[in-house]
Design a protein around this ligand. Structure first.
Ligand code: WQD
Length: 343
């Protein structure tokens, strides 16, 4: 059974492709390589021992999507494609609304058109959402019933797409949608062949720490140590990308076995501070991570971690990897690929 992965050559998409193959599915990667690298397909083949199909194109091209859907007739689609840098979204809101919201509209229109041609193809979609839709939560841990808000165009685009999916499901009972709200994805495939490969200066903590450890960056700037947290630095729910990939497989399997749609948090339910990550990475890499305390970063919240109980109840899924494993796998990837896929 085929599963289409839009943005499948990206960080989460590529790890999900491996997990899908291990679960007996056949992933088809759709990517325009705007924020990923073609070398990922080679790494997927090395890890899985088989070639992974690639359809190169842009999700904004609805006609192309319809053709891909007609040719592959997938039992499900996982929609990863989109831009995801919070800071960039503030500077370039139209890029985010166009690519993220426009891309989701294009995909849903293509799926609707193909379903109209062949009603045996039930529209089945897993959407890559984000804990960013919770804005600045009033308390932690966060459950799926918490109010949503947005503090930046990236989070706003995710929130709008969630609402569009709900409207499409209300209008078309045949649709089955699983919305997955990621907390902080980190880590890499244990082989060291695949991992996070941000372009330019990393916005996120873990890839920045990894680049300090491998000598690409001089020191880490810790954005504030005066938050109301145990050590004063920001607390987040870091989740291993392997657990995240398993969550996508569980979501597809649940949708194929039922008709109800769902929205779940994908997090560990445990928070770790910036300094926890720094110390865990020093232990994993055996390298010092020099840091300086810097001013707070605009838009940051003090604490954010998930209540993952609903995902366990609905999908039988829970995260298994520890922060130490997240750091060890990240270090294996970073030290073997100091400049990522760019060689
Ligand atoms: C984590 C902590 C920072 C960098 C973002 C997006 C979210 C999701 C994950 C897509 C915070 C601190 C960071 C640094 C630091 N992305 N930090 N120095 O902001 O929780 O979430 O990425 O879905 O949508 O909002 O992740 O890794 O940027 O920050 O001190 O150089 O590390 O202040 O406390 P964040 P992050």
């Amino acid at each position: 059974m085929k599963i289409l992965l839009t943005g499948g050559a990206g960080y989460i998409g590529s790890h999900t492709a491996v997990a899908l193959i291990e679960a007996g599915f056949e992933p088809v990667v759709l990517d325009n390589f705007a924020n990923s690298h073609p070398l990922v397909l080679d790494r997927l083949a090395r890890i899985t021992g088989r070639p992974v199909s690639l359809e190169r194109g842009d999700v904004l091209d609805t006609a192309w999507l319809q053709d891909v859907l007609r040719r592959h007739r997938p039992v499900g689609v996982i929609h990863f494609a989109g831009d995801k840098a919070v800071g960039e979204s503030v500077a370039q809101p139209l890029k985010y609304f166009h690519n993220n919201i426009g891309g989701a509209v294009s995909l849903m229109r293509a799926m609707s058109a193909v379903h109209a041609e062949d009603t045996t193809l039930t529209p089945t979609l897993v959407f890559s959402s984000s804990a960013t839709v919770y804005g600045d939560p009033a308390s932690v841990p966060i459950t799926e019933s918490f109010p949503r808000s947005h503090t930046n165009p990236y989070g706003h685009s995710k929130l709008v797409i969630e609402d569009m999916l709900a409207a499409v499901c209300a209008a078309n009972p045949a649709w089955r949608v699983g919305t997955l709200r990621y907390f902080n994805p980190v880590g890499a495939h244990p082989s060291g062949l695949m991992g996070e490969d941000p372009s330019g200066i990393p916005n996120n903590l873990m890839p920045y720490v990894a680049q300090v450890a491998v000598g690409q960056r001089e020191h880490l700037n810790v954005y504030g140590n005066d938050y109301p947290t145990p050590d004063g630095t920001g607390v987040r729910d870091y989740i291993h990308v392997q657990d995240l990939a398993a969550g996508h497989v569980a979501a597809i399997q649940a949708l194929l076995g039922r008709s109800e749609s769902f929205t779940v948090n994908l997090g560990t339910g445990q928070g770790h501070s910036v300094l926890d990550v720094v110390h865990a990475f020093e232990k994993a890499s055996g390298r010092p991570i020099p840091y300086q305390i810097a001013p707070r970063r605009a838009g940051d919240v003090a604490q954010c971690w998930a209540d993952p109980a609903l995902a366990l109840r609905l999908l039988g899924w829970q995260a298994k990897h520890s922060l130490d494993e997240m750091c060890a796998d990240t270090w294996r990837w970073q030290s073997a690929n100091p400049t990522g896929y760019r060689g």
